[in-house]
Write a protein that binds this ligand. Structure first.
Ligand code: FES
Length: 113
């Protein structure tokens, strides 16, 4: 299934919001990741239909919408973010243990020695 994932700041809140939308335009099925953002809208790259990235709904015709998978994915996105953050911290520790002052200097040879 094609999905588009968009992170956006909610006004007055520190926490970012995540919208996960069906990734195919409702007009002719173009991939929405070929589109672009404009204000609060995700614009289809083929014929410029606009969808509010917060809701997936078109302002011109609210009956047309990209299905939104928000609640389930938000929890998974947070867990994935935690996994990557902790993995990066672990790799930084391993790089320091190998005598590097920067994670970018850590290489495959460090793991085999
Ligand atoms: S396919 Fe997206 S607007 Fe036509």
């Amino acid at each position: 299934m094609d999905l588009v994932i968009i992170r956006w700041p909610r006004k007055g809140q520190d926490e970012e919001q995540v919208s996960v939308l069906f990734g195919r335009c409702q007009h002719r099925g173009a991939l929405m990741d070929d589109g672009h953002g404009d204000g609060d809208n995700l614009i289809c790259g083929l014929h410029n239909r606009d969808y509010d990235y917060r809701t997936g709904v078109r302002s011109y015709n609210p009956a047309e919408r990209l299905q939104r998978f928000s609640i389930w994915i938000e929890k998974s996105a947070q867990q994935l973010n935690n996994f990557f953050r902790v993995s990066t911290e672990l790799m930084q520790v391993m790089a320091r243990a190998c005598g590097h002052d920067d994670l970018g200097k850590f290489c495959i040879d460090d793991l085999t020695t």
